[in-house]
Design a protein. Structure first.
Length: 422
């Protein structure tokens, strides 16, 4: 029997590998001053459907209220909110915002949070997309300065390096710049959300496709002409290292000084932390990211080994205020764990002491327990296996499960001789 569609079982070797990667991520996040929290897998329906989760709200798994009868269901067939009071979380940002509003008095003024946990979305299952998957989030609440984004970027790139995936880069933009650009091109405020949906497809459909789709949407023709001309402009100046000149060269003339300065500050801090390297950030004036709650900086993690992103995030200064009644600055970044775990090839436990004790059937349990206890006390991982006729197959399976040595144990044996596996 298979697990539910879009969900997976993990065999011991897979689970071990996943936990190794998670351990590295936790270690690096903690090294950068973040503290781990935990929130319930369920939140109230109204919180999950408050207009903050964008399209993910449509993918939420909702939970029927207890005590419903057939009449309740018939009478509320067109009103899901009347049938449900809870839902499974579809991300970790909404729960974090509720958590902060609940515990603000117990937390520091600037709170750096780690959340590593599964989330659920009613996705259409396909390669790389699951209905249950793990998110690895870091967030900074209470800091409106560029330092917060810089800390997130530095911690994320350091984590990627620690996983053996050096060479990662972060694409960066700001929702305020996107809104300013659309206004500069002539798009009305009420059509900009739809325009951004089309612009977000630029990498896939190109400038011609974007212009054609905008015209099909009925966008203002002069504005479409303006954005099409901008997409076809010479871009040689944008090849400069990340900084104010490069950012301004990638934008129409007259971009807001405060937003540009914020992005420049992030880049300066990241470059300083990474030994002056100026290529860790890449300004992308058409980076959109789909979450509706982003209010400022948006970020997306890229790696040269793959064409898809490995994570992303952004500033969501307005979300916590929905729970607290007053706005609190907040910004977060999420690593796409399910994508990253498939790329990690290093084996952090390659030198670990993992021993299989292959024993004859007549060895007393007390003797086996004593042998095992001595090895465990010395720091080894130990598995007991009864000797079979096909010893080679048994040892191959142990090696596949991560064991590095074995020892044959007979009854009355005082010591054991360990031999390498593989």
């Amino acid at each position: 029997m298979n697990p539910p569609r879009g969900m997976r079982d993990f065999l011991p070797a897979d689970k071990t590998r996943r936990e190794r990667v998670l351990a590295v991520i936790r270690d690096r996040y903690r090294a950068h001053g973040f503290d781990e929290i935990e929130t319930p897998v369920m939140e109230e329906y109204g919180r999950l459907h408050a207009g903050m989760g964008g399209d993910n709200e449509k993918l939420a798994y909702n939970i029927l209220r207890r005590g419903l009868d057939a009449d309740d269901i018939r009478n509320a067939a067109d009103d899901p909110a009347a049938l449900t009071d809870l839902g499974l979380r579809y991300d970790l940002t909404v729960p974090l915002s509720r958590f902060y509003a609940t515990h603000r008095g117990e937390l520091p003024g600037v709170f750096r949070a780690i959340q590593i946990a599964p989330v659920w979305r009613a996705e259409r299952p396909q390669k790389g997309r699951y209905r249950q998957f793990v998110q690895c989030d870091i967030d900074i609440i209470g800091d409106a300065t560029a330092r917060a984004e810089a800390e997130l970027a530095i911690a994320t790139l350091d984590t990627l390096d620690a996983l053996g995936l050096a060479g990662g880069r972060i694409r960066i933009n700001d929702r305020r710049l996107l809104d300013w650009m659309l206004g500069h091109f002539g798009f009305a405020a009420d059509e900009r959300a739809g325009v951004l949906i089309t612009i977000d497809k630029l990498d896939k459909i190109g400038a011609d496709g974007v212009a054609a789709e905008l015209r099909e949407r009925g966008a203002q023709p002069a504005a479409v002409d303006a954005v099409e001309a901008f997409l076809r402009r010479p871009q040689t100046l944008e090849q400069r290292p990340y900084g104010e000149e490069q950012i301004r060269a990638a934008l129409p003339t007259g971009a807001p000084d405060d937003v540009v300065a914020h992005l420049v500050g992030i880049g300066a801090a990241v470059a300083a932390a990474r030994s002056g390297s100026g290529d860790a950030l890449v300004f992308d004036p058409f980076l959109v990211r789909g979450m509706g709650y982003y209010t400022g900086t948006i970020l997306e993690l890229a790696h040269p080994s793959v064409a898809y992103s490995l994570g992303g995030g952004g500033r969501y200064d307005g979300m916590i205020g929905r729970f607290l009644g007053q706005d609190v600055p907040a910004v977060g970044f999420s690593i796409g764990f399910e994508r990253i775990v498939d790329l990690v090839t290093q084996d952090e436990d390659a030198a670990a002491d993992a021993v299989v004790l292959v024993h004859d059937r007549d060895v007393p349990m007390a003797e086996l327990a004593a042998h095992k206890a001595r090895l465990v006390a010395d720091g080894a991982r130990v598995r007991l296996e009864t000797r079979t006729k096909n010893l080679k197959a048994l040892l191959e399976r142990a090696a596949a499960d991560g064991y590095t040595a074995f020892a044959l144990v007979a009854a009355g044996q005082d010591g054991i001789e360990r031999r390498p596996l593989g």
